[in-house]
Ligand binder design. Structure first.
Ligand code: NAP
Ligand code: MG
Length: 495
């Protein structure tokens, strides 16, 4: 996009931001007051949005329930549902700059990434599931000669979707699009840090012809509105993306209410392993740096542990440190900015606390570690690298969710695999080698939902995304995401 920094700032001043919940196809102010959304760019209040609690969640779930039990959506021909999803994708494309600007302002990522990466993923997601809606078939297994068996997939019902702020639109789309394609109805609870883009998306869906009540959006704080959705007896499926700690809450909410299906996309501490025979060490180092600093390190899949063979450790580390020092950190609305602001003061303090804990434990800080640009009022951190990190130490174990890299070394393949798997998480991993056997042996041995070989963060809608171990269960993206939003039914007909 050919828009200058000044243009974006001007557009930001004139941006009209939504504030009300979306319930049953209409704006709903609720009775719960309002809360401010602070822009991490400058610490200023961007907007006030309606603060939802149990009452608003009740209304939204009732609307979704009615739309599922007696509305047209689940009963439409799948091709008709697909057409509405494609129309949503078109409208998102038309409003792409406005949506990108909203995301960048509310959560601090560079406008270029919001526009080129987050919005591209959102549009592709609605397109992909729109096109997929009528391309699915059920099963009729070969069984006894006097019987006909049908195995059909039915929409699972009312879906509660609770998502975080780091990719507020992409992650919402990964839940909503397959759920809608399957014929479910949805109540979305965005993070209190990033409700504005989600509210906008809800309005676009209504405009695209989605019937009232099929997609509802309720703002509010996690422990209030999120909990109400998790405990609600009329929610059939709860699809969550966020921290492992809150994922545990959702399993409890389900156990304490109606045993709704709970799908969890949780945290990570992903290893990125560089073997000495990597096809291009410069590229491996550049990608390691890009991976950890992209999106301010606020990435569930961030390659936050760089495991590098001791023979090349200093060379690779120095290249990463050099990149950390020259990265352009600054105003998210500047198209030249490579790393924006962390989402808020509390999160910045949390990340600084992790860095201090590493320093206190005697881990070597190679670069970064401190807050910068405080005069802007925003929440900026210098890209940070720890090296000679000891296995088992806090920087080797804990998800920091910020631009902080921990470098560890290994001497052989077995040690690399052992170190890589020495984590409670299992979301993603990377490995760099020219040897075919090493690539296959190591990727088989890694307990991770995605393994990237000689790249990182690559992929498209065709492949599933999700975690093993305490990184969660179930998968977003691909045809497999539909498993979350459908129930299998067996019909046995005696002939
Ligand atoms: P979070 O604190 O777990 O919040 C995620 C969502 O849950 C937000 O909407 C939040 O609402 C809500 N929530 C918070 N406490 C709750 C409670 N007690 N009951 C019900 N809902 C509650 O996570 P975050 O800080 O926003 O995001 C960072 C985490 O997300 C990291 O751990 C990261 O790895 C993970 N993540 C995972 C993936 C993945 O696909 N695996 C992708 C991105 C991020 P409020 O924000 O409004 O309080
Ligand atoms: Mg909160």
């Amino acid at each position: 996009m050919d828009v200058t920094h000044d243009d974006w700032v001007r557009r930001a001043r004139n941006l009209v931001l939504p504030g009300a919940h979306l319930v049953d196809g209409a704006e709903h102010d609720g009775g719960g007051g309002a809360f401010p959304v602070i822009s991490p760019r400058d610490g200023q209040v961007l907007a006030h949005v309606a603060d939802g609690g149990a009452a608003e969640v009740d209304l939204a779930v009732a609307a979704a329930r009615k739309a599922f039990d007696s509305g047209p959506w689940p009963r439409l021909a799948p091709a008709e549902r697909g057409r509405v999803l494609l129309r949503i994708a078109e409208l998102i494309e038309e409003r792409r700059p406005e949506l990108a600007l909203t995301v960048s302002l509310e959560m601090g990522k560079p406008i270029t990434d919001a526009h080129d990466i987050e919005l591209r993923a959102l549009i592709n997601t609605f397109r992909w599931y729109g096109e997929l809606a009528d391309k699915l078939t059920d099963e009729s297994p070969h069984t006894a000669p006097d019987a006909l068996a049908l195995v059909t997939r039915e929409p699972a019902g009312v879906v509660g979707a609770v998502v975080p702020w780091n990719f507020p639109l992409t992650l919402a789309g990964w839940k909503i699009a397959p759920a809608l394609a399957a014929g479910c109805t949805v109540v979305l609870k965005p993070s209190e840090n990033s409700p504005l883009s989600a509210l906008h998306l809800g309005r676009i869906a209504t405009e695209a012809g989605l019937p009232a009540g099929v997609l509802n959006v309720v703002n509010g704080d996690g422990p209030v509105a999120g909990q109400a959705l998790g405990l609600h007896p009329d929610v059939d499926v709860l699809a969550f993306t966020g921290s492992t700690a809150v994922g545990r809450h959702f399993l409890r909410y389900a156990a304490d209410s109606n045993l709704k299906r709970v799908w969890l996309e949780l945290g990570g501490k992903s290893p990125n392993i560089v073997f000495p025979d990597a096809p291009d060490l410069e590229k491996a180092a550049a990608t390691a740096a890009w991976g950890i600093f992209f999106n301010q390190g606020e990435m569930c899949t961030a390659p936050s542990r760089l495991l590098v063979h001791s023979a090349i450790a200093e060379r690779v580390t120095e290249a990463v440190v050099e990149r950390a020092r020259t990265l352009r950190v600054g105003d998210p609305l500047d198209p030249a900015t490579e790393m924006g602001a962390l989402v808020g003061q509390a999160h910045l303090d949390r990340v600084l606390g992790h860095i201090q804990a590493g320093v206190d434990a005697g881990v070597r800080l190679r670069t970064g570690g401190e807050r910068i640009l405080p005069e802007t009022g925003g929440f900026y951190l210098r890209p940070t690298v720890f090296d000679q990190v000891v296995p088992g130490s806090r920087p080797a174990r804990e998800e920091i969710f910020g631009p902080v890299l921990s470098v560890l070394t290994f001497d052989d393949l077995d040690e690399a695999v052992t170190l890589a798997n020495a984590t409670e998480y299992g979301l993603a991993a990377g490995l760099w080698t020219s040897d075919l056997s090493t690539a296959h042996q190591v990727s088989r041995a890694l307990r991770a939902g995605t393994v990237w070989v000689n790249c990182y963060e690559e992929g498209d809608l065709t492949v599933p995304f999700g975690g093993m171990k305490q990184s969660g269960n179930g998968r977003d993206k691909s045809v497999h995401a539909l498993e979350k939003y459908t129930e299998l039914k067996t019909t046995w007909i005696q002939l």
